[in-house]
Design a protein around this ligand. Structure first.
Ligand SMILES: [Zn+2]
Ligand SMILES: [Zn+2]
Length: 140
């Protein structure tokens, strides 16, 4: 169900387009889930399997939205400009050399990453929840 096409080679406008489509699709599924719950409540019979299937669809859109967002951030980071004074930043500079503003895309080289147990996205080792799929990390 999840669209696994490689998004790392996509251009910014395609990424933004993809992000919008994924958000629309997610909204569509949310509405569908709401309708279904409503109908099932009216009939006083909840069909767990049917609901879970839509829920899984929403989760896969969430992952897609996360990956699009991350890729867009990466592309923006590659232009490396201070968000405050527009000064060019050096490669992976932590602070702007001109005004001292913290570079929000700075990546600490000491950061240790791990794979999410649920969606296998690369996340901070100390993360309690996956920022991509929202699953709690650690003991399952
Ligand atoms: Zn600056
Ligand atoms: Zn995850």
């Amino acid at each position: 169900m999840i669209d696994m096409k490689d998004i790392s080679t996509m251009e910014l406008k395609d990424l933004k387009n993809g992000l919008k489509l994924a958000k629309d699709k997610r909204m569509e599924l949310i509405v569908k889930l709401g309708e279904l719950v409503h109908l099932q409540l009216l009939n006083q019979k909840l069909n767990h399997d049917e609901l879970s299937e839509i829920s899984l669809g929403i989760a896969s859109q969430d992952r897609l939205i996360y990956r699009y967002g991350k890729q867009i951030t990466n592309i923006n980071a590659a232009s490396q400009q201070c968000s405050k004074c527009m000064q060019q930043l050096g490669g992976n500079a932590k602070f702007c050399g001109n005004c001292g503003t913290l570079n929000p895309t700075y990546i600490d080289p000491n950061t240790v990453y791990k794979s999410c147990q649920s969606c296998s996205e690369e996340i901070h080792e100390s993360a309690l929840f996956c920022p991509c799929c929202g699953m709690k990390q650690g003991a399952l």
